[in-house]
Ligand binder design. Structure first.
Ligand SMILES: NC(=O)c1ccc[n+]([C@@H]2O[C@H](COP(=O)([O-])OP(=O)(O)OC[C@H]3O[C@@H](n4cnc5c(N)ncnc54)[C@H](O)[C@@H]3O)[C@@H](O)[C@H]2O)c1
Length: 278
């Protein structure tokens, strides 16, 4: 039991990556507050956690509202006595390219992908500071580390990285560690509409990843478990990509040696190379 005796809040914990984190934490002995906009899916997950012998409670949260964040922390403390772990998981993005991005969409991305971590951290920090071994785990994205589109979402998720590093320096000396996970494409409910339109989508996206597949929510939950646990007691201010090696670099030069693929666009095809030699 790697989180025995700890109390954790997982925002957006009702499903997807947050749901997997809440489930994993509960299995490792944490009492978990699932703070989510959707009571129905949250209560379903809570019932499952309890049926498996875990402890969980629900806090109604719109993570874009500070009053909700404060109430969420109150629920954790009133229900389980204290607060040791905050996972800021709520987020998402839309708008590819400046043509699709208008001012309202830009603001929406900032409010949904960046602001919730600020509001919930602000509400939770006083309680976290009371506990030895307390931890914040923020869920960013590979979009926050490297340019792959969704400009406003990327800017928000990159902002989350530096927000977290600042928390690490400010509150680390007082005993609260703060770290970031940057997941690659993860198969959650978020993707259902895209998969319904295009059943082969994960096959194709998977090929972009060096490990040949997209992430499972449990891949992210396992990383969150490590960062939240005392095993990571000297890990503070890091960004852990959980992306099968996507952000490790590029194999474009290797491809160039073998020819074909994207490398052709840079170095030319055999035919154009021959042409150049003439
Ligand atoms: N799924 C991916 O491919 C992927 C990849 C990289 C990063 N991420 C990041 O991981 C996080 C979780 O993504 P996901 O795919 O599991 O999401 P999801 O859409 O599958 O689940 C999100 C959960 O958050 C809840 N929620 C939505 N709005 C909320 C709000 N305002 N307040 C509180 N709860 C709210 C929903 O009810 C749902 O239970 C996000 O921050 C996302 O940006 C996801």
């Amino acid at each position: 039991m790697r989180l025995k005796g700890k109390v954790a809040i997982v925002t957006g914990g009702g499903s997807g990556i947050g749901g997997a984190i809440a489930t994993r934490f509960a299995k490792e002995g944490a009492s978990v507050v699932i703070a989510d906009l959707d009571p129905v899916r949250s209560e379903k997950l809570i019932a499952q956690i309890k049926a498996d012998g875990g402890k969980a409670a629900y806090a109604k949260l719109d993570a874009m509202k500070y009053t909700d964040a404060v109430a969420m922390v109150d629920t954790a403390v009133k229900t389980f006595g204290h607060l040791d772990i905050l996972v800021n998981n709520v987020g998402g993005g839309k708008g590819n390219g400046l043509e699709e991005l208008d001012e309202a969409t830009w603001d929406w991305n900032m409010n949904f992908a960046l602001k919730p971590a600020f509001l919930c951290s602000k509400a939770a920090m006083p309680k976290l500071l009371e506990r030895p071994g307390a931890a914040v785990v923020n869920i960013s994205s590979i979009n926050g580390l490297t340019a792959i589109g969704l400009e406003a979402y990327a800017a928000a998720k990159a902002g989350l990285v530096l927000f977290t590093k600042n928390l690490a320096l400010k509150y680390g000396p007082k005993g609260v560690r703060s770290n970031v996970i940057a997941p690659g494409t993860t198969r959650t409910d978020f993707w259902i509409p895209a998969e319904q339109k295009d059943p082969d989508i994960f096959n194709r996206i998977g090929k972009v990843y060096p490990m040949g597949r997209v992430a499972r929510p449990d891949d992210i939950a396992n990383a969150a478990l490590f960062l939240a646990s005392d095993e990571a007691s000297f890990v503070n201010g890091v960004v852990l990509p959980v992306d099968g090696g996507f952000t490790a670099g590029t194999n474009i030069f290797d491809q160039a040696a073998r020819g074909g693929g994207a490398a052709d666009a840079i170095w030319g095809t055999d035919a154009t190379k021959q042409e150049r030699k003439k």
